[in-house]
Design a binder for this molecule. Structure first.
Ligand code: CP
Length: 333
């Protein structure tokens, strides 16, 4: 059974094959690889880009998308094994996944971490439950573990904009946000940028590091690809000479599940906003963000609306990358 839960699941041939096919789709190549097939798209959390681009990707390959919002027209689902289901959840992932597996040929699932218990969130229980019980390929549409669709679209975008990526400098900078957000996107970015051989600087205030396993995987990627990974708590250092500035906010691992204390800690870090002045230190740096983004909290209007911003290219490339992913998942069944 082939699932795609993280880009770390992909061998180099698979990774390169998906990117090459995505580029062909972008150039206008067509495919009916999903003719006669249905793909379930199950959302435990809101989405604009993932939802629309997945729906279109399935349709453009000749398939039928079945898009469902858990808890809104579809039974809310329990995921804990052994749970006594006397609360508001009417269906267990064990049956929900297995039933969907009898109707559709692949399943995309978005399920954000609960942001209360780090150990439980790191186990990614909802996505893991679907992968275990659906009996069909499962595609992660963003969970604690990764956001592989974003990562592959970003890899496509980086290659389009930079050409060869090896040795090019990418700054992934934490940004202030009024809420603690999941770590899926920063995880996806460090996984993929180190894999592309880039010199990656990860900048975040003290207490906002990424999980140990993510950093270990990124370091191993960098070693294999000839790239590098450097961590700093200096808000401006990484801008110097950067080819790419990728901004994202995420929750503080040091206060995980303790929002009141994290809120106090992050109040001091509003100056992590990406401004024109900081961008000017780069080597004509492109600005990237996965979207949605909070204007003038994460990034200044002038940067987001300026000529160096490539956020819309990233969003467009979600469609091309996901068509390639779907063909990869279903062609190998
Ligand atoms: N970048 C991204 O995944 O966007 P959505 O949350 O709108 O799907």
């Amino acid at each position: 059974m082939k699932h795609l839960l993280s880009t770390q699941d992909l061998g180099d041939t698979e990774f390169e094959g998906i990117l090459e096919l995505a580029a062909r789709f972008k150039r206008g190549e067509s495919s009916s690889a999903l003719l006669g097939k249905a793909v379930g798209l199950l959302f435990f959390n809101p989405s604009l880009r993932t939802r629309v681009s997945m729906d279109l990707a399935v349709s453009q390959l000749g398939g039928t998308p079945v898009t469902l919002d858990v808890g809104a027209g579809v039974w809310d689902m329990e995921y804990r094994d052994g749970a006594v289901m006397d609360g508001d959840k009417a269906e267990h992932v064990r049956e929900g996944a297995a039933v969907l597996g009898r109707y559709v040929q692949a399943l995309g699932v978005r399920s954000f971490p609960k942001m209360k218990n780090l150990e439980e969130d790191l186990a990614d229980p909802v996505i893991a439950g679907f992968a275990r019980h659906a009996g069909i390929p499962v595609l992660n549409l963003e969970s604690m573990r990764d956001h592989p669709c974003q990562a592959l679209a970003d890899a496509l975008t980086l290659r389009e904009k930079l050409g060869p990526t090896r040795g090019r400098k990418l700054l992934l900078t934490w940004a202030y946000h009024p809420k603690p957000l999941p770590m899926a996107v920063p995880t996806a970015v460090v996984h993929v940028a180190t894999r592309l051989g880039m010199d990656v600087t990860l900048a975040h205030p003290e207490g906002f590091g990424l999980p140990v396993a993510v950093m270990a995987a990124a370091s191993a990627n960098a070693k294999r690809s000839g790239g590098s990974l450097h961590v700093t708590s200096d808000a401006t250092e990484g801008f110097r000479g950067a080819d790419v500035v990728y901004a994202k906010s995420w929750g503080g691992i040091e206060w995980y599940g303790d929002w009141e204390n994290e809120k106090r800690a992050r109040a001091d870090h509003r100056d992590w906003l990406v401004t024109e002045e900081k961008m000017a230190r780069g080597a004509g740096a492109r600005f990237m963000h996965c979207l949605p983004v909070r204007r003038n909290v994460v990034v200044a209007d002038s940067v987001l609306d300026g000529p160096r911003s490539i956020v819309l290219d990233q969003a467009e490339n979600r469609l091309h990358a996901q068509k390639a992913i779907l063909e990869f998942l279903l062609a190998t069944r």
